[in-house]
Design a protein around this ligand. Sequence first.
Ligand code: SAM
Length: 256
Amino acid sequence: MKLSTRLTKIAEQIPAGSRLADIGSDHALLPVFAVRQGWVTQAIAGEVNQGPLDAAQRQVNEAGLGQVIQPRLGNGLAVLEPGEVDVITIAGMGGALIVTILSEGISKLAGVSRLILQPNVGEEFVRRWLLEHDWFLSSEQILEEDGRTYEILTADRIDDAAERNNELYRERTLTVSQVEDIFLSADHLLQFGPYLLNQPEPVFIEKWQQEIGKLEKVAASVGLSETDEARLKVAALQQQIKLVKEVVTCLQKDKQ
Ligand code: SAM
């Protein structure tokens, strides 16, 4: 079984000896890989749809791992009993859906010590949820595969999560030149990612360059309307574009 780089990097975040729940598991590729690597002792592959659940069951049977991995049908964390797993992975969905799954299943997070989340879009929502629920964002990764960019957010339940998050999201400045600084608030750090901003990789810069293009297209399209609401929206988008451009320019200078 050849696992994608994205799923491999997610699996690598699972501490050895974990009991895992992979929610939205589809073909159960991630739990099968993690068990084979010896990182996971027991796993649950949660799926809300029957088709992917059947695919998960087939994959588990073919791998001969029916004693270790249980595919379960259900919405989000409803497939879990409290205390049943230590680690939860949720990958390949939008950030808003990941947040809904975590919020609706919050009682099932008792006993869970690590969340490994890979939103396809809307990473900011996920970081904000983690911050508001005292999960310490312990690492961020970014990668490009098959022309798409993915971020992997790992969060740990630790006693001093609030203090460490305060430190992580403390406002800071990026120095553009001797005369100019960019002020980055906690909101900006939630948007860009505090670790990703600290060590900007080319793929991170590329992602935000593409984002500028997308925002410009949205602004042009909204700008076709002449309502007050549209004008306000365009002004907000232009401010956002300006910030992203400044950050990207600054990070590129840093790299030179
Ligand atoms: N996690 C795999 C990955 O990253 O490659 C599969 C991602 S696939 C695009 C998303 C899967 O999540 C689908 O199989 C879908 O049925 C499932 N899904 C969507 N909403 C869900 C929910 N609320 N609870 C459980 N599974 C869900």
